[in-house]
Design a protein around this ligand. Structure first.
Ligand SMILES: O=C(O)CCC(=O)N[C@@H](CCC(=O)O)C(=O)O
Ligand code: ZN
Length: 345
């Protein structure tokens, strides 16, 4: 019944949103031979009869109000289920937080993207749906990657949108690699997605992309596609290149990509994170100040009780400023331009 519905309509997102708290596993095979398994609400696995060397996880809706990537992934899933897109790689698609998507909110109780790498079970433990979901998503990603002993290339692209506008509308966060070189080929792939701005994290994080990178050796990124808008209000033409390039990866039709040239990129080092320590945390710039804005050295950025945070370095720019985060969490990332011709592989 569900299988037939999905084959006809391809509406896995609608099915997910109708069952935000869980969906019984089921599986079926499309007439083109692609095997489909639903592992849970928002969790769908595809295995084509012949597949290449790439194990690809596409995730979206880790934050419920970041709708452009949800629309993009829902379209890809629909096209696979209705056999318009002939998959050539193993693929796991995740709609991260269905209950938050239904509410049109970033989170229900807690920020899901701060709960990975076991953070879901720290402190009070698995006390809410987001903590349980983070743990379940880790299990699904592990199951997907551990399918075979043979070495395969693992990817995870976690698609988001930023709360604010951004001077560079599309950008990626490259998780901390613990001193390993950044991958040129992945930067070329991002450029093909029309993502030319990359932030290099310098420390471990509790995000989904860091988890996939660190725990599974995946090439993993958080990719920001524009600004938060309600469903139906996204100009998807702005993400057409990301859509086309991801589909080319899935169908093994990616053309040879232009070679990495540092001139094509804005690369930034994440130089420091400012964490909120008290309820008095306050930003000293307007809500419409965009990501990547920089101010002269000494400018007051934020106060937290008696603590003042000022611009420390020439060219330092602000990313993801948000005074509403929970105490203890990052309220701004500060980045500085970097040249990375060395330390690439
Ligand atoms: O615009 C914002 O303030 C947040 C947008 C967003 O959700 N970004 C991710 C980035 C994750 C990472 O650092 O890799 C997040 O904050 O979870
Ligand atoms: Zn997000």
């Amino acid at each position: 019944m569900i299988a037939q519905q999905l084959r006809d309509s391809g509406e896995f997102l609608a099915l997910t949103l109708a069952h935000p708290d869980g969906l019984s596993p089921c599986h079926f095979t499309l007439s083109n031979g692609t095997h489909v398994e639903i592992w849970d609400t928002g969790v769908i696995y595809f295995q084509p009869p012949q597949y290449g060397q790439h194990d690809i996880v596409l995730s979206c809706g880790i934050h419920g109000n970041e709708t452009a990537p949800i629309e993009l992934c829902a379209d890809i899933v629909r096209d696979i289920l209705t056999e318009k897109l002939l998959l050539a790689e193993r693929l796991l698609v995740l709609f991260g937080n269905p209950a938050a998507i239904n509410l049109g909110k970033r989170e229900v109780t807690e920020n899901l993207n701060r709960l990975f790498s076991g953070h879901h079970s720290k402190g009070a433990g698995l006390i809410n749906a987001e903590r349980q979901r983070a743990k379940a998503l880790e299990i699904y990603v592990s199951r997907f990657y551990q399918h075979t002993e043979q070495p395969r290339q693992r990817y995870l692209y976690d698609l988001h949108t930023a709360i604010r506008g951004s001077r560079f509308e599309k950008f990626a966060v490259y998780p901390y690699l613990h001193g390993q070189p950044w991958r040129k080929q992945q930067l070329e792939f991002l450029a093909a997605c029309d993502v030319h701005t990359v932030l290099l994290m310098q420390s471990a994080a509790s995000t989904f992309s860091y988890y996939a990178s660190n725990a599974h050796g995946a090439d993993a990124f958080t990719i920001e596609l524009g600004k938060v808008r309600p469903f139906g209000q996204n100009d998807m033409r702005r993400f057409a290149q990301a859509n086309t390039t991801l589909r080319a990866l899935l169908t093994a039709t990616l053309p040879e990509l232009p070679a990495f040239e540092s001139i094509d990129f804005n690369i930034y080092d994440v130089y420091r994170a400012i964490n909120k320590q008290t309820q008095d945390f306050k930003l000293h710039f307007a809500d419409d100040v965009e990501n990547f804005t920089s101010y002269p050295i000494g400018t007051l950025l934020a106060t937290d009780g008696d603590i003042e945070y000022r611009v420390e370095r020439e060219g330092e720019a602000l990313i993801f400023p948000n005074a509403k985060v929970a105490i203890g969490q990052r309220a701004i990332l500060m980045v500085v331009p970097k040249s990375i011709t060395a330390h690439l592989k």
